[in-house]
Design a protein. Sequence first.
Length: 59
Amino acid sequence: MAKKESFFQGVKSEMEKTSWPTGKELGKYTSIVVTTVLFFLLFFYGLDIGIGRLIEIIK
């Protein structure tokens, strides 16, 4: 039981050392992630459509 308490005390200690992003930074990072995901979604969708049409032409 003492090991479990020691573990959680260590976790709490490390969490206090963590620097958390501000609300403004969090919004910025979130918009970057969403934009990147949308870019790759469109890129791979276009690639999939292009390869599909290429395969149809070859048949």
